[in-house]
Design a protein around this ligand. Sequence first.
Ligand SMILES: [Zn+2]
Length: 312
Amino acid sequence: MRLQQTLANSISCTGVGLHSGQPVTLTIRPASPDTGIVFVNRNGHAGASLAATVKHLVPTELCTAISGNGFQVKTIEHLLAALAGLNVDNVYVDVDAGEAPVMDGSSAPFVRLIRSAGLVSQNKRQPYLKMTRPLEVVDGSRRIRIEPSSTPRITYSIQYDHPLIHTQAYAYEYSADAFESEIAEARTFGFLEEVEALWARGLGRGGNLDNTVVLSKDGVLNESGLRFADEFVRHKVLDLIGDFSLLGVPFIGHLIADRSGHALHTKLVKQILDHPDCWVLLNADHGVAATEPLSALQTARSAPAVALQVAS
Ligand SMILES: [Zn+2]
């Protein structure tokens, strides 16, 4: 098990929101141990903060958003994926608009920012949520399941009636190196007719061929083509890594997703937190008993020690 990590320095970028099309400046700053990922509003109700946990999740179309304390931040999943993928546990994320910048539609620009800021280990161990029993969420032919496993990993499969996709499957073992080389570069994608319908409804205003892979009937509109032949399923893995970080702590288990999406990803996060009989919290400096309910996990960061669960 490892020590908690934060950034060595603050780092900023600017871009536009995928759905709002609004310009936004984002600054990622170091934070002390046990802070987690906390968004800070630098516009309007300036200074209000919001932890990136499923407790603050709001239902939105086509992206992951959190809301509370007087502000909302949309489309946070690609940034969250970069932070979770590189094992960044504690940071403040300042935003001066209600949507994170889309950048190139992947996590790679955030990975480059984090790498240029540098990472430092902190003087506290990182707790992990280890699954001991399986849980599953099903919606028709779409499903996502988590099973006990000795390491964190994802198996994702998608099916689309498109000649560039058909069936794609990807097996991912969590590691910062694998995230950077296999997953971070995979961009968000959409079908031309869906993209046009979104634009007609005032969504996806910041979307264009520089930040979205747009599928035509038999190919992609992007002149530069694909970054990987299976870029589509890799991006679904990226989204799942980001969405699953809303658990609030890293997990140890095997996620198996079939034709899933943001809504099912976050339903499973909620289901896990609602079923404390299906997991134990490992290696917390301030541990909580394995049988403590959801509230115990969410307050574990400041709670006095109840019982120390030592990792095997
Ligand atoms: Zn995405």
